[in-house]
Write a protein that binds this ligand. Structure first.
Ligand SMILES: [Zn+2]
Length: 279
């Protein structure tokens, strides 16, 4: 959060000085604009995960170390959770992480649970990384609940993009075109590579559709980055993450916006309005 707050402050300063020094205008960044709501993902989600079967003792895919695996149900989704023994992570904690992600993103957990894949897999360490995600795996280290959900949302972006790309080979080329057309950055990390821009957008979209923190933000995101928004929702449909089932949607509607989020939502709206008037 500190980092995001700083980025926003730096951005506003550069706007203020921009005209006087006649520097080229700095590109806007979505993570700076939405920083106030990029926290507490899924804190008001109501659905609880339950164990279908397990644990089964097994060896972790990456390092062959001992671990345990369960089949889990969460709403209409069924997926695996695998935990390396040495990660010292309780199953309930792992499930609480999964409960925080948006309903549509549970599809990513289903994709990485197909066949012999290990599902949402927790390792003690991943060589310095927090997580890795693709169609074949979603590996992560134990993290605090809201951070874990945010990381899963990013990796789900990779998983669902790859699933959509299996059907539409040029989808990342189209993403690069969308980035150009939108003329706004997602995040510094996203600027490193086109697929990271896409996964970072997936993370931001997750916040913007969140039951607790995202009220009304989906529309704001669509206005600020319309081409990415449309292509990401297309990928969600292509990968069968959307539409979500009626029964899951019904429960989502009952989630209540927490009072402490209201000023933060207002703050994001004020920033967007200010940017619009500055043109
Ligand atoms: Zn990534």
């Amino acid at each position: 959060m500190t980092k995001h707050a700083f980025l926003l402050a730096a951005f506003c300063t550069s706007l203020a000085h921009g005209e006087a020094e006649a520097k080229p205008p700095q590109r806007q960044m979505l993570y700076s604009i939405f920083a106030p709501i990029m926290q507490d993902m899924g804190s008001c989600n109501l659905q609880k995960a339950s164990v279908v079967s397990g644990p089964v003792e097994m060896k972790m895919t990456n390092n062959k170390q001992p671990g345990k695996q369960w089949w889990i149900r969460l709403g209409q989704s069924k997926f695996k959770v695998t935990i390396e023994d040495s990660a010292n992570l309780k199953l309930e904690t792992a499930l609480a992480n999964a409960e925080r992600i948006p309903i549509a993103y549970r599809r990513a957990l289903e994709v990485v649970s197909e066949d012999k894949k290990a599902g949402l897999a927790f390792y003690k360490t991943l060589g310095g990384a927090a997580a890795h995600g693709g169609q074949a795996y979603l590996n992560m280290i134990p993290l605090k609940g809201d951070r874990a959900a945010s990381v899963i949302a990013h990796e789900a972006g990779h998983v669902l993009e790859q699933r959509a790309r299996s059907a539409e080979k040029d989808i990342l080329d189209r993403w690069a075109e969308a980035v150009k057309a939108d003329n706004i950055d997602v995040s510094r990390y996203g600027n490193k590579a086109n697929p990271e821009d896409q996964a970072e957008f997936a993370r931001l979209y997750a916040y913007c559709i969140d039951s607790a923190v995202g009220k009304g933000m989906k529309g704001e995101l669509k206005k600020l980055s319309p081409e990415r928004f449309e292509l990401w929702e297309h990928m969600l449909r292509e990968s069968k993450a959307l539409p979500i089932s009626d029964s899951d949607a019904e429960l989502k509607k009952r989630a209540v916006l927490s009072e402490k989020m209201k000023p933060k939502l207002a703050q994001v709206r004020a920033t967007i309005k200010e940017l619009a008037t500055k043109g």
